[in-house]
Design a protein. Structure first.
Length: 51
């Protein structure tokens, strides 16, 4: 799997998370997953693929 494919998959996960009310109900947890968990991995991979 290429970095680009992984980045697209992670972005799809962000969108799904934004539209899902999961087990842990709350915007803080949801925002953390979208921004910090998935977002940081996307940024890391995007920076890696630029080099």
């Amino acid at each position: 799997m290429t970095d680009k494919e992984v980045i697209e998959m992670l972005k799809e996960m962000q969108e799904r998370t934004a539209h899902t009310m999961g087990f842990f109900i709350g915007h803080v947890t949801q925002a953390w997953v979208i921004k910090d968990l998935l977002g940081s991995k996307i940024a890391e991979l995007e920076g890696k693929s630029d080099s």
